[in-house]
Ligand binder design. Structure first.
Ligand code: SAM
Ligand code: SF4
Ligand code: FES
Length: 343
């Protein structure tokens, strides 16, 4: 057996790897890794794919993350924010389309204070759906209030665990506070979702291995890995590096090997840079897809990166389209809310 196979067998049996072993997998062509990750996915979470209905309810953001089209210094983007009752209306439509989880995502927009957010959460909860929040860094008290109002999960990517890179990418933010937010979310009993970007300028393979070890240490419930896609109106504008797809896929597959029963989305960014991206991801360890359920007028304005998929498709069409794709690879849409470990 080659040493690569030894590493994969070890990951398969023990769900644990050293940093050097992770690096060997990241530097491989990925083919064997993807097969193992698919097997681990099948044995631990089965063939069901959980669909989460995504509502991107505001593109207004006070932060300046260098990679993101929503960053506050970007004056070219047309901003929008949905009224609370409009968000609730879209969530209701989502549950009527059969989504068992509603994901509420936005820029860091202080218009939505704790009172407004708790109102939105408690109203959506009446539709018998799980709720995931992805609205950035908040205080422990704010996270607690949303949890008490009915939120089940929280998604906050660490983006990178490399201190220097984190500082360069996130003016006026700190890696320490981001980590503290994740620990607070976990302490409050949320299902914790995090993840990283792959392919940021000056990001090393070593730091990606550290990111993976961080996910394991945090014992996350959900990990989303996104290839970095340059946005023309940000400081990181430039050519898309197609290698970001392969590297993101490898990071995702290793995460499946180390955290065998968690939820892992086939991300929209993967499909944006590869027309088969979500299907390839579903066959390499992923078990979740998060289609957007807003109307086109909002979808086009939530431009974190260019050329996003499905911008002109109606939410009902996406729901059918993705179900067709899932069935075409012998999988099925899950009927459950899809909590980690069936909680
Ligand atoms: N504001 C919240 C936050 O930052 O956690 C949630 C919304 S933010 C737009 C969601 C995710 O988009 C980020 O975690 C980041 O990883 C991703 N993202 C932003 N710009 C991107 C880009 N240019 N390419 C790929 N993903 C990007
Ligand atoms: Fe704002 Fe999130 Fe974009 Fe950063 S990644 S600029 S916090 S929306
Ligand atoms: Fe949107 Fe296929 S998932 S059209």
């Amino acid at each position: 057996m080659t040493s690569l196979n030894n590493i994969l067998e070890k990951a398969y049996k023990e769900h644990s790897l050293s940093k050097d072993e992770i690096l060997s997998l990241l530097n491989s062509d990925g083919e064997e890794l993807y097969k193992y990750a698919d097997r681990v996915r099948e044995e631990n979470v089965g063939d069901g794919v959980h669909l989460r209905g995504l509502i991107e309810f505001s593109n207004i953001c006070k932060c300046s993350c260098k990679y993101c089209g929503l960053r506050s210094p970007n004056t070219k983007i047309e901003r929008y924010r949905l009224e609370p009752d409009e968000i609730i209306k879209y969530a209701k439509q989502g549950t009527e389309l059969g989504y068992k989880t509603i994901v509420l995502q936005s820029g860091e927009d202080s218009f939505y204070d704790t009172e407004k957010l708790c109102y939105i959460i408690s109203e959506i909860k009446k539709f018998d759906t799980a709720i995931t929040l992805s609205i950035g860094e908040k205080t422990l008290e704010e996270y607690k209030a949303y949890k008490d109002a009915g939120a089940d999960r929280y998604l906050l990517r660490i983006e990178t665990t490399d201190e220097e890179l984190y500082k360069t990418m996130h003016p006026k933010m700190s890696l320490e506070n981001r980590k503290q937010c994740l620990y607070n979310i976990k302490k409050l009993g949320y299902e914790v979702g995090t993840g990283c970007l792959v392919g940021l300028p000056n990001q090393t393979v070593e730091s990606l291995a550290d990111d993976i070890l961080f996910f394991k240490e945090l014992d996350a419930d959900m990990i989303g890995i996104g290839p970095f896609i340059p946005h023309p109106d940000t400081p990181l504008k430039g050519e898309l590096n197609p290698k970001n797809f392969d590297m993101a896929l490898k990071v995702m597959a290793i995460v499946r090997m180390l955290l065998p029963d968690i939820n892992i989305p086939a991300t929209t960014a993967m499909e944006t840079i590869n027309p088969m991206g979500r299907i390839i991801a579903l066959k390499s360890g992923a078990n979740v897809v998060m289609p957007n359920i807003l109307d086109t007028e909002y979808k086009v304005k939530y431009e974190i990166y260019p050329n996003k998929i499905c911008l002109n498709e109606h939410s009902g069409k996406c729901r059918n389209c993705i179900e067709g794709k899932i069935k075409s690879i012998g999988r099925f849409v899950s009927e459950t809310k899809g909590f980690h470990r069936g909680k």
